[in-house]
Structure formats: C-alpha cells, structure tokens
Design a protein around this ligand. Structure first.
Ligand code: HEC
Ligand code: HEC
Ligand code: HEC
Ligand code: HEC
Length: 393
C-alpha cells in the first residue's frame, strides 16, 4: 500500500533567473492533511533561505505560505527542506545566475592573508556529485572542472613561496568517472588523510595530522576543525589557512566562477560521445503522410518536427540526442536515429502498422513525460501541451 502523503509543498520545482548579486523572493505553499508544526526550514545552499520564521502551526488542510529569499551568487539546483512534526517535505529551486565573479579576488586575498599569517593554504572541495557543470561559468558539459583544474597552476603563478594543498573529498567519481584521476594529474589529491570525512567526527578530533574534518551526518559538536561544506558539487571551494602547528587560522569560501582561469584541455577527458548513427536523410514520418495527411501536417508545423535544430553541434551527444530524435527500428540499425521527434517516437508499433497498411493497430503512445520530465521541462502541463500538438486521424 502506498502511504498517504503526509505533507504537500507546491511548487515542487521552480526555476528562477537572478542577475548576479541581486535578490529574488519566492513563495511556497505547504499543506498538511492533519494539524502539524513546521519546525525548521533548511537549505543546502547559503544563497537561498527562508524569511518566514519558524516554528509555524500548520492547520489541517489549510495552505500555509512560506517565503524564501534567493540571491544570485551560485547557480544550480537547491533543495529546501521543511521539517514538521509529521515528516519532512522538500522542494527544489533551480537558480539560474552567472554568479558574482569574486573567485579571483578571494584567491588573491587568500595569498595576502596566508603570507601575513605565515600559513599554508588548503583548498578543499567536497563531493563532486557531477554538478560541477552547473557552475554556469564555462562552456562544455563539465563546465567548472576546467577552473578547478587550473587552480594549482594559478596558485604557483601567484607565488611559489606559499605552501598550497588541493584536496578533493567525498564521492568524487560517483556520477562522472574520471574526475578524480583527471584532477590528480594537475595537482589535486583525492582523499588526503589530513581531511577526514566521517560520520563520527569525535573519533578523529585528536588524531594527529588531521587538519579538517567533514562530518557526513549532522552533529552537535562544535570544533574549529569541523568543516560543513554546505554547497555540494564543487561550485564552492573551502579555503583554510593553516599554521605550522596544524591549527586552522582562517576559513574562507571561494566560488569557482568565471573570474578564475580555465584549463580547458581537461574537459576532453569527459567528452560526452555520440555513439548513435544519425541518419539525416531518413524521414520516417513521411511514411504515415499518405494515409494520415492531417496528422502529418499538424506534426510538421510542431516543435517536435524541429527538435533537432535546437541542438548545437557540440550538444549532439548521447545524453542529448535521445529526446530530440527518434529511433529507427530494425536489428542492424538498432542504434540509428532519425533527427527530430517523429510519429514513431510517440506511436509505438508504428512499423508493423505501416507494413500492414494500417490493419495491425499501433500499440499506444509513449508518455509525454518520458521526455518532458522534471529536468527538461519542469513546467510541463500535459493538457495545455496536447492542445498545442493535437491531431487525429
Ligand atoms: C521523444 C521525446 C518526446 C516525447 C515523447 C514528447 N515530446 Fe514534446 N518535445 C520534445 C522535444 C525535444 C521538444 C523541443 C523541441 C524543440 O523546440 O527543440 C518538445 C516540444 C514540445 C512542445 C513545444 C513546447 C514549446 O514550448 O514550444 C509541445 C507542446 C510538446 N512537446 C508536447 C508534447 C506532448 C503533448 C507529448 C505527449 C503526447 C510530447 N510532447 C511528447 C520531445 C518529446
Ligand atoms: C529527457 C529528454 C531530453 C533530453 C535528454 C534532452 N532534452 Fe532538450 N528538450 C526536451 C524537451 C521535452 C524540450 C522541450 C521543453 C521546453 O520547450 O521547455 C527540450 C528543449 C530543448 C531545447 C529548446 C529549448 C527552447 O528554449 O526552445 C534545447 C536547446 C535543448 N532541449 C537542448 C538540449 C541539450 C543540449 C540536451 C543535452 C544536454 C538536451 N536538450 C537533452 C527533452 C530533452
Ligand atoms: C508527441 C507525441 C506524438 C507525435 C510526435 C505524434 N503523435 Fe499522433 N497522437 C499522439 C497522441 C497522444 C494521440 C492521442 C491518442 C489517443 O487519443 O489515444 C495521437 C493521436 C493520433 C492519431 C489518432 C488516433 C485515434 O485513435 O484516432 C493518429 C492517426 C496519429 N496520432 C497519427 C500520427 C502521425 C501520423 C504522426 C506523425 C506525422 C503523429 N501522430 C505524431 C501523440 C503523438
Ligand atoms: C496505408 C495507410 C496507412 C499508413 C501508411 C499508416 N496508417 Fe495509421 N492507420 C491506417 C488505418 C486504416 C487506420 C485505422 C483507422 C480507423 O480505424 O479508423 C490507422 C490508424 C492509426 C492510428 C490509430 C490507432 C490504431 O493503431 O489503429 C494511429 C495512432 C496511426 N494509425 C498512426 C500511424 C502512424 C504513426 C503511421 C506512420 C508510421 C501510420 N499510421 C501509417 C492507415 C495507415
């Protein structure tokens, strides 16, 4: 049995565009079927926060409005969690922004302060969950990693007198294999024992050689060595200035943004390939036109018939083409695609139907949401969308 939803928050996904450094407000409504108490509202990014004070009493079945404030500092998908006495409900906000562009200034500041304090500088990036691409500052499917790669070189240009360390921690290679290995070649260390990542920070607090500790679960302990990198995905670098005795003197955060230099050659290690064959001359929908001229006409003026043209040359890769094209079936041509969303992208079993001159029925239609999913079309409204492409016999 599927349990009744305890809570509902709407909209579940919002996309907002924020000019660098500016602020935007957005509202969410929370509804609970039974009376409950909204205890806390937390976010995984400092750039988005609640301005509605908690706790709040939620009345049974009544909508409660929560106001959020977002700042255009770091792009990406942020999660807002609302913890209540009956459970937690989460929504996501995609912030589109080019960022503040302060990365280079922070880096210079790091050098000035480290020299004054005679400290070494530790650059720590935790959990590169494949979100590096969201940095919005460099092109390519892994934009951002080029800037992380350039950091050691940039630091040696700023001065060789300073001792610098570059540490990656967390699930570095989880979603995108090769991140750790590529960055290791340019001066980063993956999993340096000086940066402990643990669910039990107490156990390593007094371990010699451990400079910083990243707790993997929320803990109440307060200690100068505990880092809580709030930002996942490597858009932010934690910078520690560490004394000769191994004590953290200062903790700064440096955004990986457009102001930092790039080392674009590392991107080639992550090239998103095109393993499908694209048959530019195939026009599978043409085979339907003779018997379904009205449907064909309607389709030919729709966005589906132009979907291929939306892809830039560089984006014609496996991860993009699948929804902007149609598979041409047949055993040999299994991996051959026809550009654009075709009749057969939606009408399954179209091939047997054509072969039988329409006597064998098609096998139903593909769910629109298989392409118009939360990521590619978060505002998809099936009724309004069908009205735009409606066609019949
Ligand atoms: C095979 C993937 C796929 C399926 C299935 C699919 N679509 Fe689409 N749809 C696309 C793509 C890709 C585009 C964008 C075309 C472009 O502009 O490049 C699109 C665009 C559209 C648009 C135009 C949107 C706009 O803002 O102009 C509408 C309307 C639409 N689809 C409706 C539907 C409906 C309704 C269904 C289900 C009956 C559906 N689509 C199923 C891939 C798909
Ligand atoms: C899961 C299916 C899916 C995948 C994968 C996909 N797209 Fe799309 N794409 C869509 C749909 C659906 C639309 C239409 C949504 C809309 O108009 O908002 C669309 C629309 C677009 C548009 C037109 C947007 C506009 O403003 O008119 C572009 C450009 C685009 N996609 C590029 C890409 C690129 C680049 C990739 C690979 C990184 C990609 N798509 C991968 C489904 C997909
Ligand atoms: C984006 C998905 C999509 C594309 C592309 C598409 N169709 Fe459809 N088509 C549908 C849906 C959904 C229906 C409605 C099905 C229903 O009512 O059960 C439909 C209905 C039809 C019907 C009427 C079915 C009936 O039972 O009366 C015909 C015929 C048809 N389409 C032919 C075509 C042809 C021919 C093309 C290409 C030129 C095409 N369709 C392209 C999704 C699509
Ligand atoms: C030789 C003529 C012919 C061709 C070619 C043809 N159809 Fe049909 N189609 C028919 C006939 C006849 C029907 C049944 C109409 C009815 O029952 O009213 C039909 C029905 C359909 C239906 C309604 C559901 C079903 O399966 O009965 C869909 C959807 C459809 N066709 C899609 C397509 C698509 C997509 C293509 C091209 C890939 C295509 N047809 C090519 C003749 C054709």
């Amino acid at each position: 049995m599927i349990p009744e939803p305890i809570l509902h928050a709407s909209p579940a996904f919002t996309r907002i565009e924020i000019p660098p450094g500016e602020e935007r407000r957005l509202s969410i409504t929370v509804t609970s079927p039974a009376a409950a108490r909204l205890i806390a509202i937390t976010t995984d990014c400092r750039c988005i926060s609640s301005i509605t004070p908690t706790p709040i009493e939620l009345l049974a079945g009544k909508e409660t409005q929560i106001d959020l404030r977002a700042v255009g500092v770091l792009p990406g998908v942020k999660t807002v969690s609302m913890r209540t006495s009956t459970g937690t409900v989460r929504i996501q906000v995609q912030v589109l922004t080019t960022g503040l562009g302060t990365g280079a200034d922070v880096l210079k500041e790091v050098f000035t302060r480290a020299r004054t304090a005679k400290a070494s500088a530790w650059f720590i990036i935790h959990d590169l969950r494949g979100e590096i691409r969201n940095c919005g500052c460099s092109a390519g499917s892994l934009g951002g990693i080029d800037k992380i790669a350039a950091l050691p070189t940039r630091c040696s240009e700023l001065g060789k007198d300073l001792s610098t360390h570059f540490v990656l921690s967390g699930d570095v290679d989880g979603p995108r294999p090769g991140v750790g290995g590529t960055l290791a070649k340019v001066g980063w260390t993956v999993g340096d024992p000086a940066v402990a990542v643990t669910a039990r920070p107490e156990s390593v607090l007094s371990t010699p050689g451990v400079i910083a500790i990243i707790p993997t679960t929320p803990i109440a302990v307060e200690n100068a060595r505990l880092l809580r990198p709030l930002l996942l995905g490597g858009m932010m670098t934690e910078v520690l200035l560490v004394s000769a005795e191994g004590r953290i003197i200062e903790h700064m955060s440096m955004p990986i943004d457009a102001s930092l230099p790039s080392q674009p050659d590392v991107l080639t290690a992550f090239e998103d390939p095109l393993t499908y064959t694209i048959d530019d001359h195939s026009q599978p929908s043409q085979s339907c036109a003779t018997c379904h001229s009205a449907a064909h006409k309607s389709w030919s003026i729709s966005a589906h018939a132009r979907a291929w043209a939306s892809l830039k040359e560089a984006d014609k890769t496996d991860s993009c083409v699948v929804c902007h094209s149609a598979a041409i079936s047949g055993p040999v041509k299994k991996k051959t695609l026809s550009p654009n969303v075709q009749c057969a992208s939606c009408h399954q079993g179209a091939e047997a139907h054509v072969a039988s001159a329409g006597t064998v029925h098609t096998k139903g239609t593909t769910d629109c949401r298989s392409c118009h999913d939360a990521r590619h079309d978060p505002g998809f409204n099936p009724i309004a969308a069908w009205a735009q492409i409606a066609h019949g016999k």
